[in-house]
Ligand binder design. Structure first.
Ligand code: ADE
Length: 410
């Protein structure tokens, strides 16, 4: 039996992916750019064992066994990685030094996210990236990360970007077979260490429209979408790449907020409309704009972005982070213990946050721009940073036992 365990990170797009030109191959209607967030805070962890003694492929997701045959997207990833392994096995045999025929063995996959799947924190991106990266280690594939991203893309579009750390572009490609639709690294995580992020987990009882259904509906019905994919995004891809390479927070922040806003605008332009933002999301947008308006030199201090859900991700230079977290803590109070509400692995903020907290900002802030919001409108704050791509873990981190069955079930 061969067993490998890996983790993969979450990525949050600053130029948004929305729209598929091919739903089977998962080919997008526009290119996108994302930032990879630290696995210390959010990750998917996957163990895969393979053995000729297993009777069939099996999958456990967050401690519950799932029917792997029903998971078409995962199947795409197995098929593609096994095909490459099979080719390697054929070549090895011809050269007279055969390798194990792992491409023919069943696999046991056990995966868990260290955050609730339903929190809307891009778990399919990190989950499918962890799956494909672990398969590549298991089969000892020698292909490049960009080639591997082409396979991850067929599991979940945005998963292709989670195979790299730092700043990542998913180039949409032009070909019908998808061979040129893959991820490339714009800059590694070491490039812009001052850039950090805070995730505001926004409570939302309702389950929104699924991304897959929403995207197709937008393509079919939104006239604004044509403008976005043909004119707006191509120009922004160049501008955002330059902003990242130049570490130009002013351009990065404005493009990030404008692109998030346009993504939600094409959702509103979809007929019938799709809503992902809620009152709390909109209050955070207002707060960030008001905070930016306090800037003495006209420079932006923070940028929000929202995916297909109400959670905010705020990107900002490290020097502004304590102030931002204090402001959020004041306007979005929590009844939890400070340490349960706020995850601060980098020890940024001293003292407490919450309802009674008065922000000690250096800025002349209009305290009444928004009222203090109902308690627990924001359920958690996670402070994080730009970090690396998937990691291979030691054998003791395995989620599977020596018999190939999970160590823990839900
Ligand atoms: N979808 C959501 N989380 C996942 C995971 N960890 N692995 C595979 N698919 C997922």
């Amino acid at each position: 039996m061969k067993t490998v365990t890996c983790t993969a990170p979450v990525n949050i797009a600053v130029i948004k992916y929305w729209g598929k030109r091919d739903t089977d191959l998962i080919l997008p209607t526009n290119s996108s750019i994302s930032v990879t967030l630290s696995q210390d805070i959010l990750h998917s962890k996957t163990t895969i064992s393979t053995s000729p003694d297993f009777s069939q492929d099996r999958l456990w997701l967050n401690g519950i066994e799932e029917d792997i045959t029903k998971n078409k997207r995962m199947h795409n990833c197995f098929r593609e990685t096994r095909a490459i392994r099979k080719e390697m096995e054929g070549k090895a045999e011809l050269s007279g030094s055969p390798i194990e025929k792992r491409s023919t063995y069943p696999v046991h996959v056990c995966s868990e996210n260290n955050f609730p799947t339903a929190a809307g924190l891009a778990s399919s991106a990190s989950g499918l990236a962890a799956l494909v990266y672990t398969l590549a280690q298991l089969y000892e594939l020698t292909i490049s990360t960009s080639e591997l991203s082409r396979i991850a893309r067929q599991g979940s579009g945005s998963a292709c970007r989670s195979l790299f750390g730092g700043f990542v572009a998913w180039e949409m490609g032009q070909k019908d077979d998808g061979s040129d639709s893959l991820a490339v690294q714009i800059a590694p995580e070491s490039h812009w260490p001052e850039l950090e992020a805070v995730i505001c987990v926004v409570s939302d009882a309702k389950k929104g429209t699924s991304s897959t259904a929403g995207m197709q509906s937008t393509i079919k019905t939104s006239p604004l979408m044509n403008e976005r994919i043909n004119h707006v995004v191509p120009a922004r891809m160049e501008q955002m790449t330059k902003a990242i390479l130049d570490k130009d927070f002013q351009s990065f922040a404005e493009l990030t907020m404008r692109d998030s806003n346009q993504f939600h605008a094409v959702c509103l332009d979809t007929y019938p409309p799709i809503f992902y933002l809620n009152d709390t999301s909109r209050a955070i947008i207002q707060l960030v704009h008001e905070y930016n308006a306090t800037s003495q030199d006209g420079k932006l201090k923070a940028a929000y972005t929202y995916d297909a859900g109400p959670n905010a991700v705020i990107y900002a230079p490290k020097e502004n982070m304590a102030e931002i977290i204090q402001l959020i803590g004041h306007y979005f109070p929590s009844d939890k213990e400070s340490t349960a509400f706020f995850a601060d692995p980098y020890q940024l903020v001293n003292g407490t946050l919450g309802q009674d907290f008065i922000p000690k900002t250096n800025v002349n802030f209009n305290q009444n721009i928004i009222p203090v919001q109902p308690v627990n409108s924001v359920s958690r704050l996670l402070h994080t940073k730009v970090d690396d791509g998937p990691r291979v873990l030691d054998a003791e981190e395995s989620l599977l036992k020596a018999d190939g069955l999970p160590k823990r079930l839900a």
